[in-house]
Ligand binder design. Structure first.
Ligand SMILES: NC(=O)C1=CN([C@@H]2O[C@H](COP(=O)(O)OP(=O)(O)OC[C@H]3O[C@@H](n4cnc5c(N)ncnc54)[C@H](O)[C@@H]3O)[C@@H](O)[C@H]2O)C=CC1
Ligand SMILES: O=C(O)[C@@H]1CCC=N1
Length: 276
């Protein structure tokens, strides 16, 4: 039987996941969302056919699986508010950056299965990548179900150590934004060179898609794929020399560490263990 699943706090990430699920055949009548804004409730109901509630309590009461999709700063208040309704056979999945399993379990108020996930917005088109870790109350059956859920909107990877979720956030959770930022720069420069926006967008984005597909499908060393494009004394070499002159490794490392460190800060801010 398909379980009913409630998304608490429908915004960008919740929509990315449930729209990917709907596209892969998950029945709309098994999906509930919550939003405090009447216009958003009407919009999501009309656009996706899912049930929208204003009341988080009602959503938690109704659903077998609850996906917590509010911002990290709102998580404690939102979870504690409905903790009376929590049943021990439910499964909770958090998508929040930095918020630890222990904190979620503590706020939920009883021993219950909790999975911490770090998805990304390409889930919306079935191309997501999600890092996962479960607490000890989560059964293998529940883990399999969560794996299938995220497989229906892309790919997923379980990590062994919760500390690795910071790395996952900097490597896949936030990373689509890095690539969008890179594309924005590329398209801007193509326009400065005289090409129109539409053509620039198409050329750059297909180059990015093609490169990603080669990495995934050919399984050759990435360095070799790069070298295959880089003719000695050719055009690519000049672009890569320019990246190296700007110390691309440092630029990327600084950005990823800034991201991972912010995830650690969020963990510390909301950690039940550290703020006892
Ligand atoms: N946007 C992304 O690419 C990713 C986001 N995340 C995580 O997903 C979570 C949500 O992020 P976004 O979707 O980007 O934010 P968002 O702001 O688009 O969505 C959060 C939604 O929660 C709603 N909300 C707040 N308090 C509520 C309450 N008491 N009851 C019901 N709804 C409430 C807000 O109105 C908003 O629509 C965050 O914890 C973030 O760390 C994780 C991975 C990627
Ligand atoms: O920026 C954020 O905090 C969220 C988490 C990962 C992607 N977006």
């Amino acid at each position: 039987m398909t379980p009913s699943i409630a998304f608490i706090g429908v915004g960008n990430m919740a929509r990315a996941i449930f729209s990917g699920m709907l596209a892969s055949g998950y029945p709309a009548d098994k999906i509930i969302g919550t939003s405090r804004t009447p216009e958003k409730r009407d919009y999501y109901h009309e656009r996706y056919g899912i049930t929208m509630f204003a009341d988080n309590h009602l959503a938690v009461e109704t659903a077998e699986i609850v996906v917590l999709c509010v911002k990290p700063a709102q998580m404690k208040a939102v979870v504690e508010e409905f903790s009376e309704e929590v049943r021990s056979d439910q499964l909770f999945i958090s998508v929040a950056a930095g918020v630890e399993l222990d904190s979620l379990s503590h706020w939920l108020g009883k021993p219950v299965a909790v999975v911490r996930s770090m998805p990304n917005t390409p889930s919306q088109i079935g191309a997501g990548m999600t890092g996962l870790i479960a607490n000890k109350q989560t059964t293998q059956e529940q883990k399999d179900w969560v794996g299938e859920l995220f497989a229906s909107v892309g790919h997923s990877v379980w990590v062994e150590d919760e500390a690795h979720m910071h790395t996952v956030t900097s490597l896949s959770g936030s990373a689509p934004a890095y690539f969008f930022r890179f594309l924005e720069s590329m398209i801007k420069n193509a326009k400065d060179q005289g090409l129109d926006e539409k053509t620039s967008r198409e050329l750059a984005s297909y180059a990015m898609l093609g490169a990603a597909r080669m990495v995934i499908e050919l399984e050759e060393p990435i360095e070799q794929l790069r070298k295959n494009i880089t003719s000695p004394n050719g055009t690519t070499e000049q672009a890569l020399l320019s990246f190296d002159a700007a110390n691309i490794d440092k630029i990327v490392a600084d950005a990823m560490m800034a991201c991972a460190n912010r995830s650690k800060e969020i963990s510390n801010d909301f950690s039940v263990k550290k703020n006892k």
